[in-house]
Design a protein around this ligand. Structure first.
Ligand SMILES: Cc1cc2nc3c(=O)[nH]c(=O)nc-3n(C[C@H](O)[C@H](O)[C@H](O)COP(=O)(O)O)c2cc1C
Length: 391
């Protein structure tokens, strides 16, 4: 499956190093050529000899030493790699990579990298949740670095929480996906609406919703990897925006409508993953409203998906339907009303969708419905894009 693929596995110093022995073995089973680069701390957890034996190739720990016969190992590896995977990725290597620090073999390789890089973070929950680590993760994501996300669970330090390294089999399936990613959307112009909108009420308040933009960002990220030209009409979001997307920032539903419809002619595919407010306050005060009781009258906002459905012709339109009750019924009606090719239904009552990295969806089209299990939003994005490509 990975015949001819050259993968560099970077190993930094966390307790999850022992799991990486199995990962290297799995990659070899799939016929990949694997080079291992370890930090000096990682080499204290598991000996380089173990990785040398499993990979069948020399392991690089120290780049500044004699005996390389004129080769510069980090550049040689950076030039040959189809993909670099760092697992476990410690807080330290994540920080160094985000800052461009190159003070050992692995961090220097990362600065020299020009292929897809994936990190599998692993650390104590408080380290993982620290402002520094979170901001480094966001920064790297915005630069196009890929992630096998850490999961929640029992941690080697004895605590429970987020920070467990993704399981090696999951990391391997991410690697396979990236290295065998079809370029089936090459040159296709895709518009993705993403995030929440906010409707002003007065000089200090607004009405909005819980959308994080993670689903829309995942779709944009995967579409870019499959060769599409992606424009995001982007509302309020906390998700990292993928590198390579053209971004049009908006705030209100009216702005999202205008930004989408004014560009509609340019696109082959429209994916309406945003959660625009359906209603806005009829009266907006410039000043802060002072009142012991407040009654707000709402008026309907323009319907972005419906307007796209009216002008789309043969082009493809995907809509999302977040429902709490009678999901299939409402989603099917929405697909028909908007003239969409298919609808992605989220049951937001049964599942935590907003802000989560996971989603459990049902896809409905003219032929019926398919239920999917809970999976990372990037995998949901792949399923949606497979279906778009098949249309
Ligand atoms: C037993 C032990 C386990 C550790 N596990 C982790 C870990 O899972 N994640 C992490 O970020 N740091 C962990 N650390 C701390 C790192 O080893 C330390 O930050 C080190 O500087 C990382 O160096 P490196 O990134 O160059 O390998 C651990 C330390 C010890 C002693």
């Amino acid at each position: 499956m990975l015949t001819g693929k050259k993968i560099v596995v970077g190993v930094s110093g966390g307790i999850a190093v022992y799991k990486v022995c199995y990962l290297v073995r799995r990659l070899k089973d799939l016929n990949a050529e694997v080079d291992v680069v370890m930090t000096e701390n990682a080499a204290k957890f598991v000996s380089p000899l173990t990785f040398e034996t499993l990979s069948g190739r020399p392991v690089t720990v120290d780049i500044v030493k004699e005996g390389y016969n004129g080769l510069v190992p980090h550049i040689t590896l950076a030039n040959k790699a189809d993909m670099i995977v760092v697992c476990p990725a410690t807080a330290n290597i994540i920080g160094k990579y985000a800052s461009g620090i190159a003070d050992d073999a692995l961090s220097t390789l990362l600065v020299a990298a020009h292929c897809p890089v994936m990190l599998a973070p692993a650390m104590n929950v408080h380290m993982y949740e620290s402002a520094a680590v979170q901001s480094n993760l966001q920064l790297l994501k915005s630069r196009g670095v890929l992630f096998a996300n850490a999961t929640e669970g029992f941690l080697a330090c004895g605590e429970t929480g987020k920070g467990r390294m993704a399981e090696p089999d999951e990391i391997v399936s991410h690697i396979v996906k990236v290295l065998t990613m079809p370029e089936d959307l090459k040159g296709v112009n895709v518009l993705v609406t993403c995030g929440a909108t906010a409707e002003p009420l007065d000089g200090v308040r607004c009405i909005t919703n819980y959308s994080s933009g993670k689903m829309g960002c995942a779709i944009a990220e995967r579409a870019i990897q499959r060769g599409a030209n992606v424009t995001m009409i982007l509302g309020i979001h906390s998700a990292a925006v993928p590198a390579g997307a053209q971004v049009v920032s908006v705030s209100t539903t009216g702005e999202m409508f205008e930004a989408t419809l004014s560009r509609a002619e340019q696109f082959d595919v429209f994916i309406m993953a945003a959660a625009p407010c359906d209603y806005r306050p009829e009266q907006v005060s410039d000043s802060k409203i002072k009142s012991s009781e407040l009654t707000v009258r709402f008026v309907k906002n323009p319907d972005i998906a419906k307007a796209v459905g009216l002008v789309k012709g043969n082009r493809k339109l995907v809509v999302f339907s977040a429902e709490t009750d009678h999901g299939e019924q409402y989603a099917t009606a929405k697909m028909q009303e908007k003239n969409a090719d298919f609808v992605v239904l989220n049951d937001v009552k049964a599942n935590k969708v907003f802000g989560s990295d996971y989603n459990k969806v049902t896809i409905i089209d003219g032929n019926g419905k398919t239920d999917y299990p809970s999976m990372p939003k990037t995998d949901v994005a792949d399923i949606i894009l497979d279906k778009v490509a098949s249309l």
